[in-house]
Design a protein around this ligand. Sequence first.
Ligand code: ADP
Length: 218
Amino acid sequence: MKKEFVVIGLGRFGGSIVKELVSLGANVMAIDTLRERVDEYASIATQAVVADTTDEAVIKSLGLWNFEHIIVAIGEDIQASILTTLILKEHGVPQITVKAQNDYHEKVLRKIGADFVVHPERDMGIRIANNMMSTNVLDYLELSDEYSIMEIKASDKIAGHSLIDLDIRAQYGINIVGIKRGATIIVSPVPQDPILLGDILLVIGADVDINRFVKKAL
Ligand code: ADP
């Protein structure tokens, strides 16, 4: 049987959840108070409905409490988000995921029994900051808008492999022009020599290609 979800609020967040769930093979009922938003999702969602979910009678007539999982993605209108969550929870919807606008909103949502509270902007900011801190890119020199030389620390994913092994030029279109190993610097490294853990690779290429290499290989 197909999994079934309801997404309430078709802004950027709710909308992208609808599209992703549908592409993963789920049945999705998409709800918004605005007709134009609903029209946008009419051909994407299994069912798209114009409704105000702060009205208990509306929730009842749509049979929302028969669904296992409901996503409340109402943005700005915190009162509507809380009221919707409260009504759904009171009627025993087992799993409710709610988008919180701020910490107070999150606190109230948890108090009234929201099962999952998400904070997309904050969570994404944290994720991006962490990625930036953990990256192996130590330093870089911009050659132009698109090209750079970067110092990249070799991880255990590539340590032990040679440049020929990794086929970096063909795979990524970038060149390793030097390797810093402790106090020494190897210019024009021999392609057959293995890269050691902790080596610092001096890489030249287009930023997009170097980033691809960093993401895949490090
Ligand atoms: P985002 O930041 O994800 O783009 P928005 O605030 O733009 O969020 O979108 C929230 C959506 O929720 C809007 O399309 C709005 O019309 C809808 N919405 C607001 N209140 C209700 C409600 N009571 N019932 C259903 N949908 C609602």
